[in-house]
Design a protein around this ligand. Structure first.
Ligand code: NAP
Ligand code: 8YV
Length: 326
């Protein structure tokens, strides 16, 4: 007798590699978005796993009695109600480490592009302005002489700090707790405001979610000051975006480099119009090699868990769950 393969639900879009690998091992059901009404009732009972890069809320989790794992494509899992999943005994996994270096590399690129205006300088060349009008203007901003502040010295924050060491600039940071496990003495600041006051290059790489929602606001931009540059590769939700637009418009800060936004892919026109904002479409991890590693980790987590083994990279909220708990 042939046993049924576990049914894996894929709400919204996901990497082609995740889909291909899942379809060889499992039966998959794709739906347009994470809305339980889109799943036929007779299939609901059979769903054991969700592979996703979209928002998964409490109601969606509750819709599937036999759900056992949610594997998130991305290290940031602020879109998943992991606390509720843990209460329900549902494992949640993310994709830490495999993207750390790529995201840190991108952050260095974004910092330099923001300060030295390389995308605009290239456009000057490509549009014939160099030949017609002469040299691209000297940039008012430079990395030289700056102090960097990292808000979120975790895996990615530390990889950014290690790269910035090579640029020979001092580094400070703020986390909820001071790190005891790093030998190189990055100076700890006890609050985000203290950090913003102490530096003139503030890099945000904290996770999104309730704890960081809107914490980078007008007061923080004032503390960063008129020579200050703000870089965000964490989550758009951490920033009060209207306050950022105001700070960039009225000279409260000098410039910003952003890879993440409050309501992606909808970027306020006011932000698009600002000459001192350097904007990327959430591409920090977006190389084929890194996205493949993320994809493989999504599927490997799911395969391990569904075959009775421990998950490879559980999020902290569900770390203590065992496969036998359900
Ligand atoms: P991580 O290792 O968990 O690091 C997060 C750091 O933030 C930790 O040092 C943590 O320290 C600190 N933190 C958390 N909540 C905080 C709070 N409320 N106040 C101050 N510090 C806080 O995570 P990671 O792997 O470095 O990833 C970080 C984030 O980067 C992800 O969650 C994601 O949102 C973002 N990301 C973006 C992209 C992109 O494409 N742009 C790609 C990958 C990741 P404490 O616990 O001591 O506070
Ligand atoms: C991905 C990210 O772009 O890992 C994260 O937290 O933000 C990025 O690596 C995203 O998760 C997939 O869309």
């Amino acid at each position: 007798m042939q046993t049924e393969k576990p049914l894996v639900l894929i709400p919204g879009s996901i990497s082609a590699r995740v889909r291909e690998r899942l379809e060889t091992e499992f039966e998959c059901l794709s739906i347009e978005r994470a809305d339980a009404a889109l799943v036929p009732d007779e299939k609901k009972e059979r769903i054991e796993a969700i592979a996703s890069m979209t928002r998964i809320d409490r109601d969606f989790i509750n819709a599937f009695d036999n759900l056992s794992i949610i594997t998130n494509f991305g290290v940031g899992y602020d879109g998943i109600d992991a606390v509720h999943a843990a209460l329900r005994g549902v494992m949640v996994t993310n994709t830490p480490d495999v993207l750390t270096d790529e995201v840190a590399d991108t952050t260095i690129g974004l910092i330099l592009n923001t300060l030295r205006e390389f995308p605009k300088a290239e456009a000057h060349l490509r549009t014939g302005k160099w030949k017609r009008e002469g040299n691209y203007p000297l940039t008012p901003l430079t990395l030289r002489g700056r102090t960097a502040g990292i808000f979120g010295l975790g895996r990615i924050g530390l990889a950014i700090a290690r790269r910035l060491d090579g640029f020979d600039i001092p580094i400070r940071y703020h986390n909820r707790s001071q790190r005891q496990d790093i030998s190189y003495p990055y100076r700890y600041e006890k609050s985000l405001k203290d950090l913003a006051e102490a530096v003139d290059l503030l890099i945000c790489v904290v996770p999104g979610g309730e704890g960081t929602e809107g914490v980078i606001d007008g007061e923080i931009f004032k503390a960063l000051g008129p020579n200050g540059v703000f870089i965000n590769v964490g989550r758009g939700s951490t920033v009060d975006e209207p306050a950022l637009i105001e700070a960039l418009s009225d000279g409260t800060i000098a410039a910003a480099g952003l890879d993440v936004f409050a309501d992606e892919p909808n970027i306020p026109q006011a932000l698009l119009d600002l000459p001192n904002a350097c904007l990327l479409p959430h591409v920090a991890s977006a190389s084929i090699a890194t996205r493949n590693r993320m994809a493989d980790l999504v599927v490997d987590n799911l395969s391990a868990w569904l075959s009775g083994k421990p998950a490879l990279t559980p999020v902290p909220e569900t770390r203590s769950l065992n496969r036998d708990d359900d």
